[in-house]
Write a protein that binds this ligand. Structure first.
Ligand SMILES: [Mg+2]
Length: 224
């Protein structure tokens, strides 16, 4: 097996966890005089988030500009206005801002371990804004060799072009590069570009993400 010289990471739900959107829903409902149980709030959010990951939503080009991002996500979130009036807009503002997302407990140790192994790291994200300040804010920017954002490349995952652009930025051959992400279609597009791919299982909350799998794959490839 070819050794892995570079690892590309998805950002959302892979290295960073979203704010507790169910809590945001319950809070906004309360502010508007509606009582919504935490179970109900969670069910509303899970339905919206799952909808947001469908191929139909992914095809809307929402990560090619800040304006498209706001329009596409807000119109999706507004479907929940039927439950709680005005919730759609509040969700966009309080949940979708990357500054409100937090790294998992194993994000920094994993990035550091890759740096120690001299493996290059890039963030490859479908996102309408620069994420480098978000990484800097958590002391993680020093572990990242390149940020490859869809809005700058002009292509969104699963388009092979964004993965190839990332390989070029960190100077690794696609066959020696591993893409890591939580979305089988979007992140899995890396395989069509000739990269290797590690799909992380779905994950709830802010606990340990299980990124030790990445190091296991890198070490296994180096050992053969
Ligand atoms: Mg993701």
């Amino acid at each position: 097996m070819t050794p892995i010289h570079g690892v590309l990471f998805d950002w959302g739900d892979t290295l960073f966890a979203p704010p507790d959107a169910a809590k945001v829903i319950a809070d906004v409902a309360g502010e508007r005089g509606f009582a919504v149980s935490s179970e109900r709030a969670r069910a509303i959010w899970e339905e919206l988030w799952a909808l947001g990951k469908t191929p139909a939503e992914l095809a809307k080009g929402r990560d090619l500009s800040a304006e498209a991002h706001r329009t596409v996500w807000t119109s999706l979130f507004r479907t929940a206005d039927a439950h709680i009036p005005g919730i759609g807009r509040a969700l966009y503002e309080r949940v979708m801002d990357p500054v409100a997302w937090l790294p998992y407990p194993d994000t920094a140790p994993t990035l550091k371990a890759l740096r120690d192994r001299r493996v290059k790291v890039a963030i490859v994200s479908n996102v309408p804004r620069d994420l480098s300040d978000v990484f800097r804010g958590h002391g993680l920017a020093g572990y990242v060799d390149a940020f490859v954002h869809s809005f700058q490349v002009g292509a969104e995952k699963p388009d092979p072009r964004i993965f190839l652009a990332a390989c070029e930025r960190i100077g690794t051959a696609p066959a020696a590069t591993l893409m890591v992400g939580d979305h089988a279609i979007a992140d899995g597009g890396a395989t069509a570009a000739g990269l290797r791919f590690l799909l992380l299982p779905p994950h709830e909350g802010h606990g340990v993400r299980g990124l030790d799998r990445v190091l296991a794959v890198v070490d296994a490839a180096a050992a053969v």
